[in-house]
Design a protein around this ligand. Sequence first.
Ligand code: ZN
Length: 202
Amino acid sequence: MKIICIGRNYAKHIEELANERPETPVVFLKPDSAILPKKMPFFIPPFANSIHYEVEVLVKINKVGKYINAKFAHKYYDEIGLGIDFTDREMQSKLKEKGLPWEKAKAFDGSAVVGEFHSKDKFDLENLNFQLIKNDVVVQDGNTNSMLWKIDELIAYVSQYFTLKKGDIIFTGTPAGVGKVESNDILVGTLEGKQVFDLKIK
Ligand code: ZN
C-alpha cells in the first residue's frame, strides 16, 4: 500500500508557515514503512531537532481506480480516520530552500500515525470536526469545511497521477496550529469528539 499526502489544504495553515497558496494540491508520498505500528510510542529520531505534529483526516481507499471523476469519488472509500503527519520541520525548511525533495523530513519510519477507521456514513464529511490534544490542551482544532480541496476533489486529482489501490491511505492536509513535540508529550486525536488515537512521544 502507499500513503498519499496533501500539503497546504487549509488557508490558515498556509499562512502560519508563510507558504504560497497553491493553484493545485501539493502532493507527496510516504512509503508503508512510515506507518507507526499500533500501540507503539513515537520515538523522536536521532537526526531530528524539530518534529512537528500535523493532525489530518484520513481516507482509506477501498478499490482500484485511475482517472476517477470527482462525482464518483465517494464510491472509492467507505471509511475515514484521523492521523498525524509527523514532519521534521527544520529539515523540511532546509530542503525546501534548496528545492530538494521532502522525503527525509516527511516519510521517515514512524512518521505516519494512523488512527482507527470508521464508516464514513456516520459523519458529515463536508463539516467534520477534528482535534489534536497535546497534554490535555487542544492544539489543533479543525473542520473539513475549511479545506481548499474537498476529499472527493483530492481523490480525482491524485488519481490522475497515481493508480489508487485498495488499502491506500490519503492524508488530506493539516489545519493551523502545528507545533513541536517533546519527549513525554501525550497526543490524543478526536473525530467529532470521539477519541480515535492516543500516542506517547519518547
Ligand atoms: Zn501534512
